[in-house]
Design a protein around this ligand. Structure first.
Ligand SMILES: Cc1cc2nc3c(=O)[nH]c(=O)nc-3n(C[C@H](O)[C@H](O)[C@H](O)COP(=O)(O)OP(=O)(O)OC[C@H]3O[C@@H](n4cnc5c(N)ncnc54)[C@H](O)[C@@H]3O)c2cc1C
Length: 133
Protein backbone atom coordinates (compact mmCIF):
# COMPACT_ATOMS: atom_id res chain seq x y z
CA UNK A 1 0.00 0.00 0.00
CA UNK A 2 1.32 3.46 -0.86
CA UNK A 3 -0.42 6.35 0.86
CA UNK A 4 -0.35 9.93 -0.36
CA UNK A 5 -0.72 12.42 2.50
CA UNK A 6 -1.69 15.92 1.44
CA UNK A 7 -0.48 18.44 4.01
CA UNK A 8 2.06 18.13 6.80
CA UNK A 9 0.51 19.91 9.73
CA UNK A 10 0.08 17.99 12.97
CA UNK A 11 -2.53 15.69 11.39
CA UNK A 12 -0.40 14.74 8.37
CA UNK A 13 2.68 14.37 10.58
CA UNK A 14 0.92 12.06 13.05
CA UNK A 15 -0.55 9.99 10.24
CA UNK A 16 2.91 9.67 8.64
CA UNK A 17 4.35 8.61 12.00
CA UNK A 18 1.76 5.90 12.41
CA UNK A 19 2.19 4.63 8.86
CA UNK A 20 5.97 4.48 9.37
CA UNK A 21 5.45 2.56 12.62
CA UNK A 22 3.31 0.03 10.72
CA UNK A 23 5.84 -0.29 7.90
CA UNK A 24 3.56 1.23 5.23
CA UNK A 25 4.88 3.28 2.31
CA UNK A 26 3.80 6.89 2.13
CA UNK A 27 4.58 10.19 0.46
CA UNK A 28 3.81 13.60 1.91
CA UNK A 29 2.98 16.57 -0.31
CA UNK A 30 2.95 19.87 1.55
CA UNK A 31 2.55 23.43 0.39
CA UNK A 32 5.02 25.84 2.01
CA UNK A 33 2.60 28.11 3.87
CA UNK A 34 4.16 30.05 6.76
CA UNK A 35 1.06 30.43 8.93
CA UNK A 36 -0.77 27.12 9.14
CA UNK A 37 -2.89 26.20 12.16
CA UNK A 38 -0.24 23.83 13.53
CA UNK A 39 2.45 26.49 13.29
CA UNK A 40 0.54 29.27 15.01
CA UNK A 41 -1.35 27.36 17.73
CA UNK A 42 0.02 28.06 21.19
CA UNK A 43 -0.57 24.54 22.45
CA UNK A 44 -2.27 21.46 21.17
CA UNK A 45 -3.96 19.80 24.12
CA UNK A 46 -6.43 21.69 26.28
CA UNK A 47 -8.76 19.54 28.41
CA UNK A 48 -11.42 22.27 28.91
CA UNK A 49 -11.98 24.21 25.74
CA UNK A 50 -13.92 27.21 24.55
CA UNK A 51 -16.00 29.72 26.46
CA UNK A 52 -17.99 26.95 28.13
CA UNK A 53 -14.85 25.09 29.26
CA UNK A 54 -16.19 21.83 27.87
CA UNK A 55 -14.19 18.61 28.04
CA UNK A 56 -13.04 17.59 24.58
CA UNK A 57 -14.66 14.88 22.48
CA UNK A 58 -13.59 11.38 23.73
CA UNK A 59 -11.37 13.27 26.13
CA UNK A 60 -9.91 10.47 28.27
CA UNK A 61 -9.24 8.26 25.26
CA UNK A 62 -7.53 11.10 23.39
CA UNK A 63 -5.47 12.21 26.38
CA UNK A 64 -4.15 8.75 27.07
CA UNK A 65 -3.33 8.30 23.36
CA UNK A 66 -1.46 11.64 23.42
CA UNK A 67 0.31 10.65 26.62
CA UNK A 68 1.70 7.59 24.84
CA UNK A 69 2.23 9.12 21.41
CA UNK A 70 4.09 12.40 21.98
CA UNK A 71 6.74 11.12 24.44
CA UNK A 72 7.44 8.30 21.97
CA UNK A 73 8.09 10.86 19.22
CA UNK A 74 10.32 12.81 21.64
CA UNK A 75 12.40 9.74 22.44
CA UNK A 76 12.83 8.78 18.80
CA UNK A 77 13.49 12.25 17.43
CA UNK A 78 15.41 13.60 20.44
CA UNK A 79 13.28 16.66 21.11
CA UNK A 80 10.99 18.04 23.75
CA UNK A 81 7.43 19.10 22.88
CA UNK A 82 5.24 17.23 25.38
CA UNK A 83 5.21 19.64 28.28
CA UNK A 84 2.37 19.78 30.75
CA UNK A 85 1.62 23.23 32.03
CA UNK A 86 -1.42 24.75 33.79
CA UNK A 87 -3.59 26.96 31.57
CA UNK A 88 -4.58 30.28 33.09
CA UNK A 89 -8.31 31.07 32.72
CA UNK A 90 -9.84 34.42 33.44
CA UNK A 91 -13.44 34.11 34.70
CA UNK A 92 -14.79 37.55 34.03
CA UNK A 93 -18.54 37.06 34.11
CA UNK A 94 -20.93 35.46 36.58
CA UNK A 95 -21.90 32.94 33.88
CA UNK A 96 -18.32 31.84 33.38
CA UNK A 97 -17.83 31.54 37.12
CA UNK A 98 -20.95 29.41 37.41
CA UNK A 99 -19.86 27.13 34.56
CA UNK A 100 -16.41 26.74 36.08
CA UNK A 101 -17.93 25.74 39.40
CA UNK A 102 -20.03 23.12 37.61
CA UNK A 103 -16.89 21.82 35.90
CA UNK A 104 -15.19 21.52 39.29
CA UNK A 105 -17.74 18.96 40.42
CA UNK A 106 -18.76 17.13 37.21
CA UNK A 107 -17.06 13.70 36.97
CA UNK A 108 -15.75 14.25 33.43
CA UNK A 109 -14.13 17.62 34.20
CA UNK A 110 -13.30 17.79 37.95
CA UNK A 111 -9.74 16.51 37.40
CA UNK A 112 -9.01 19.54 35.19
CA UNK A 113 -10.93 22.47 36.71
CA UNK A 114 -8.61 23.91 39.36
CA UNK A 115 -9.55 25.99 42.41
CA UNK A 116 -10.65 29.60 42.04
CA UNK A 117 -8.47 32.45 43.20
CA UNK A 118 -9.00 36.21 43.22
CA UNK A 119 -7.69 38.11 40.23
CA UNK A 120 -4.25 39.39 41.35
CA UNK A 121 -4.51 43.06 42.38
CA UNK A 122 -1.55 44.23 40.34
CA UNK A 123 -2.98 42.79 37.10
CA UNK A 124 -5.50 44.52 34.93
CA UNK A 125 -8.88 42.82 34.90
CA UNK A 126 -11.47 41.81 37.42
CA UNK A 127 -13.38 38.82 38.72
CA UNK A 128 -11.79 35.51 39.51
CA UNK A 129 -9.33 33.25 37.84
CA UNK A 130 -8.43 29.58 37.83
CA UNK A 131 -6.05 27.17 36.21
CA UNK A 132 -6.95 24.26 34.01
CA UNK A 133 -4.76 21.47 35.31
C1 LIG B 1 -4.50 30.47 16.88
C2 LIG B 1 -4.84 29.00 17.04
C3 LIG B 1 -4.83 28.44 18.30
C4 LIG B 1 -5.15 27.09 18.48
N1 LIG B 1 -5.12 26.56 19.71
C5 LIG B 1 -5.39 25.25 19.90
C6 LIG B 1 -5.33 24.65 21.20
O1 LIG B 1 -5.03 25.29 22.20
N2 LIG B 1 -5.64 23.33 21.32
C7 LIG B 1 -5.99 22.58 20.22
O2 LIG B 1 -6.24 21.38 20.38
N3 LIG B 1 -6.05 23.12 18.98
C8 LIG B 1 -5.77 24.43 18.80
N4 LIG B 1 -5.87 24.98 17.56
C9 LIG B 1 -6.31 24.11 16.46
C10 LIG B 1 -5.14 23.27 15.96
O3 LIG B 1 -4.00 24.07 15.83
C11 LIG B 1 -5.55 22.69 14.61
O4 LIG B 1 -6.74 21.92 14.76
C12 LIG B 1 -4.47 21.78 14.04
O5 LIG B 1 -3.19 22.39 14.08
C13 LIG B 1 -4.85 21.42 12.62
O6 LIG B 1 -3.83 20.62 12.11
P1 LIG B 1 -3.92 20.09 10.65
O7 LIG B 1 -2.69 19.24 10.43
O8 LIG B 1 -5.25 19.46 10.42
O9 LIG B 1 -3.92 21.38 9.72
P2 LIG B 1 -2.76 22.44 9.41
O10 LIG B 1 -1.84 22.65 10.55
O11 LIG B 1 -3.45 23.62 8.83
O12 LIG B 1 -1.92 21.71 8.28
C14 LIG B 1 -2.38 21.60 6.96
C15 LIG B 1 -1.15 21.49 6.07
O13 LIG B 1 -1.60 21.30 4.74
C16 LIG B 1 -0.85 22.11 3.87
N5 LIG B 1 -1.67 22.36 2.69
C17 LIG B 1 -2.77 23.13 2.60
N6 LIG B 1 -3.27 23.07 1.36
C18 LIG B 1 -2.47 22.23 0.64
C19 LIG B 1 -2.47 21.76 -0.68
N7 LIG B 1 -3.42 22.15 -1.56
N8 LIG B 1 -1.51 20.90 -1.05
C20 LIG B 1 -0.56 20.50 -0.18
N9 LIG B 1 -0.51 20.91 1.11
C21 LIG B 1 -1.46 21.78 1.50
C22 LIG B 1 -0.51 23.35 4.68
O14 LIG B 1 0.65 23.99 4.20
C23 LIG B 1 -0.28 22.74 6.08
O15 LIG B 1 1.08 22.39 6.27
C24 LIG B 1 -5.52 26.30 17.35
C25 LIG B 1 -5.53 26.88 16.07
C26 LIG B 1 -5.20 28.21 15.91
C27 LIG B 1 -5.22 28.78 14.51
Amino acid sequence: MNVLIIGQGIAGSCLAWELKRRGADFTIADRPIAETASRVAAGLVNPLTGRAFRPGWRQEECLSAAEAFYPETERELGGSWWQKTPIFRELETEDQLEVWQERQTAPESCAYAGPLFPWPEHWEGRGKAAYTR
